[in-house]
Design a protein around this ligand. Structure first.
Ligand code: T68
Length: 831
């Protein structure tokens, strides 16, 4: 129909000209030079590495756009059910290397730039990370996009285009300092601005109640309007032509300028309102696993949800289907509760705008949404004050109360007279002021709820969502253990290991079916293979040692055991326990005779991670690590047997250097607190062993790789309540080794003791909520086992091989297939 307006010869010409050119070294070079000359307006006389990066990126982008277009066309033509992944965070990292590998262009482009006088590594190094996320949750969304594209599912991501990503961390005098991440400073070749796709989003105003015959309807007249502009980020699949889309929304003032104010001489105020609109998507809130009740955050959430739903509904309406087919065409996944307002927004659109009756609309809504929970920590549970929502979204708060009323009426029938049960399930917390519990809203509005690892999914059913399980029955609640993409986290981050695996298995299919790694087990008895495996690890350690020298100016020995803990700094993740263990190790070595020292395995203990800017205790942990590092690293009496490194500004690109170089990594959260963890998977896939607690995905990794290849310690989740109770109400003696370490800090061995007093108080006056004292003994024992095992080199390499070989389950491809089949009901559409 659309084509009929063109004459046949025009269509023919169009088709002739749009045949994609073949891609090889020569066509790449032409495209590179054309972009230098035209896109960058430079010439051979002034191309530096950065311009070379830009030109290469643009050459790749041209190809991505072709694939993106084809994919969108075919998905539109087929009009099959799509999944929309709503995530307030996408932690994508760099794109160039990933795109080259996924498109299979790495070799030809590498040669191409070399002939033009550049090194591919230098070019890749120019790219700044897209860091639109805090940690695990945002990175998970990025891995899932990679798998959705690779598995050819019809899928879109929806997020926010923050002007500032997660802050940059610098260490000044041992303390964390934050700097803005203005990542869009230079042009971003990985986004396609869609200036024509603009959605008006309203806030505030009032609601009109309109009576028509015996019917009442509501009309929301917004007070303030902000525009959402779409920026599309193409995500190429690996080894397929499919290229999916993440649509990020940017806020912008409405084109309409308040000339009334302007003419009244209030020019500055008129401009200020415009600027306020731009500020809406300016910054990513830098807190992970912690709720911050800022009004601007709530505004961000609604802005993004409203723009995304408008887009989704518009796409659905093009097919002119009946509304009750909506859930057959659309699945929406809520990545945590951040997009939970989408449930209310869809109900509002269906009832107020499309004039469906309430129950029919609610049936559509609940069959459309599914919700992933990522935490059981109480301080992370989102709840918003009713007065704040009322002011910002007056119609939505009415809908929330109505939804809650009808929901509680059903619950009342289920448990007549049980008022406590009703109060516990209610979407509204009856405090002063009242709060809206977003997790409750997400559960009530979804047909499926899932946790992110087996233990976590069990815990949510037994604790925070226990009453909902009683009401809905257990089938609404599922487990979907997280996964990681092997393309970025092995092939790209660890090219040497990837090559060795491909050579050994005789194919690259393992990159699409990670369970094929199992066959590596057969090679553990091959001495030459083991030698090469070790050599790869060693060269990755050399690469990290060079990086460490560059960023913190400390020399570390690549033959030492590299012991790594990199993740957001949080009390529940217990970096504090790690550094206390380091002090214990340091004091033990210091008390040794030269003879005894000969038997010690040299260690480099590496930390990295950001603390939320307002998280005082977490920031003190960073200071303590750096204070210990500065004492230990210059103590010549310990003969380089111990080094402590804090790598600043941990992000996706830095992770790609650190992870392949680890011998042991630590995942030591208090049992029951880390929902899953995903870096644990990355480390083990990269043949690093782990030292961990019985928590999150550690448990399933343990099941897969076996007892001999992992170091587990500490109390179990089911013991935690009793232990906490004991700390609270009884005088529990502190672990003696821990006591000695604390006394050492208090004596000023690592700088002024008073600095660390608040930190130490968390163990004493704070009643050791994270049970460091309870686990310290078994932690030190496990560390001893690590040292002993590392001395047996041959066995260690075998363990390391078995780690990689048994990680097949933890591919994000497996996770995405599970979501697609049991929650979304979508099928692949291959381009
Ligand atoms: C993480 N959560 C979990 N949250 O902590 C981790 N929170 O165990 C899990 O593996 C991962 O999610 C993926 O499932 C987060 O990363 C956040 O970053 C976050 C951000 C904003 C508000 C609350």
């Amino acid at each position: 129909k659309e084509l009929s307006k063109w004459r046949p010869e025009v269509i023919e010409l169009w088709e002739k000209c749009s045949v994609p050119e073949t891609i090889n070294k020569e066509t790449f070079q032409k495209s590179f030079i054309r972009h230098v000359n035209t896109t960058l307006a430079r010439s051979i006389y002034n191309v530096d590495n950065f311009s070379a990066y830009q030109a290469t990126a643009h050459a790749v982008r041209d190809r991505l756009i072709q694939r993106w277009n084809e994919t969108q066309q075919i998905h539109t033509e087929r009009d099959q059910k799509r999944v929309y992944y709503l995530s307030l965070e996408f932690l994508l990292g760099r794109s160039l290397d990933n795109a080259l590998l996924n498109l299979g262009l790495k070799d030809s482009f590498g040669e191409g730039v070399k002939e033009l006088g550049f090194k591919m590594e230098d070019i890749l190094d120019q790219e700044v990370d897209a860091a639109l996320g805090n940690g695990g949750l945002g990175r998970l969304a990025a891995c899932y996009m990679d798998s959705l594209a690779t598995l050819c599912y019809p899928a879109w991501g929806y997020g926010v285009r923050y002007t500032y990503g997660i802050f940059q961390q610098k260490i000044v005098d041992g303390y964390q300092d934050e700097f803005p991440d203005y990542w869009l400073n230079f042009d971003n070749p990985w986004e396609l601005p869609r200036v024509d796709i603009v959605v008006d989003v309203q806030f505030g105003g009032h609601v009109n109640k309109i009576t028509e015959g015996d019917k009442v309807r509501h009309e929301w007249i917004g007070g303030e309007t902000v525009q959402a502009v779409a920026y599309d980020v193409p995500i190429p699949g690996y080894g397929v032509k499919n290229c999916i889309n993440i649509r990020l929304w940017n806020s912008k003032p409405r084109r309409k300028f308040d000339f009334g104010k302007f003419n009244a001489g209030e020019y500055d105020q008129a401009v200020q309102e415009q600027m306020k609109a731009e500020f809406l998507t300016a910054v990513l809130y830098p807190n992970d696993n912690h709720m911050v009740g800022k009004e601007l955050r709530l505004k961000q959430q609604y802005f993004w949800v409203a723009a995304s739903l408008h887009d989704i509904v518009r796409r659905f309406k093009k097919s002119q289907r009946d509304w009750n087919e909506f859930p057959d065409q659309v699945a929406i996944q809520l990545n945590d509760t951040h997009p939970a307002l989408a449930i209310v927004e869809l109900q509002r659109i269906l009832v107020d705008e499309e004039r469906l009756d309430w129950d029919a609309a609610w049936d559509i809504v609940t069959h459309t949404f599914a919700f992933t929970n990522h935490t059981v920590l109480p301080e992370a549970m989102e709840k918003w004050p009713v007065p704040m929502i009322s002011q910002l979204l007056p119609r939505h708060i009415q809908i929330i109360f109505d939804l809650n009323l009808f929901f509680l009426q059903r619950v009342e029938k289920f448990a007549p007279g049980d008022r406590d049960f009703l109060a516990r399930l209610s979407i509204i917390e009856e405090s002063t002021p009242q709060y809206v519990r977003m997790a409750h809203l997400a559960i009530v509005g979804s047909h499926r709820v899932n946790g992110v690892a087996k233990l976590h999914s069990k815990l949510i059913k037994e604790t925070i969502f226990k009453d909902f399980v009683k009401y809905y029955g257990p089938d609404k609640f599922e487990n979907k253990t997280n996964g990681i993409t092997p393309r970025r986290w092995l092939h790209q981050a660890n090219p040497k290991l990837s090559e060795l695996i491909t050579e050994t298995l005789g194919h690259k299919d393992w990159l699409k079916d990670l369970t094929l790694l199992k066959k590596l087990e057969e090679s553990v008895h091959d001495k030459e293979f083991r030698r090469r495996w070790m050599a790869v690890k060693h060269s990755n350690k050399v690469r990290l040692a060079e990086y460490i020298r560059d960023v913190v100016d400390v020399d570390v020995n690549p033959n030492a055991l590299f012991d790594v803990q990199v993740k957001r700094i949080h009390e529940y993740k217990r970096q504090f326990m790690n550094i206390l263990g380091v002090i214990h190790r340091y004091n033990t070595i210091k008390s040794m005779s030269p003879e005894q020292m000969r038997d010690v395995v040299p260690r480099v203990v590496i930390f990295g991670g950001k603390a939320a800017p307002g998280y005082y205790i977490a920031k003190l942990v960073i200071k303590l690590i750096n204070s210990v590092a500065s004492v230990v690293n210059k103590d010549s009496t310990i003969q380089d047997l111990l080094k402590v490194i804090f790598i600043p500004d941990y992000n996706v690109s830095v992770a790609e250097i650190i992870i392949p170089a680890s011998d042991i990594s630590q995942h030591i959260s208090t049992a029951g607190t880390e929902a899953s963890g995903t870096s644990n998977m990355k480390f083990v896939l990269n043949c690093g062993l782990i030292l961990g607690t019985v928590d999150g995905a550690n448990i399933e990794i343990h099941e897969e790789i076996g007892d001999d290849n992992i170091f587990m310690f500490g109390h179990l989740a089911e013991q935690v309540d009793d232990l906490r109770y004991a700390h609270r109400y009884r005088d529990v003696p502190m672990d003696p080794h821990l006591d000695a370490v604390i006394k050492d800090i208090e004596s000023g061995s690592f700088g002024e003791a008073r600095i660390f007093a608040p930190l130490i108080n968390t163990l004493t006056f704070g009643k050791d909520y994270y049970l460091i004292s309870d686990d310290f003994g078994s932690y030190l024992d496990a560390q001893k086992l690590v040292d002993e095992a590392y001395k047996k080199e041959k066995d260690w390499v075998k363990k390391s091989i078995l780690c990689t070989a048994n990680m097949g389950q933890f591919s994000s491809d497996r996770a995405i297939k599970e979501y697609a089949e049991s929650i979304w009901g979508i099928i692949p559409v291959k381009v």
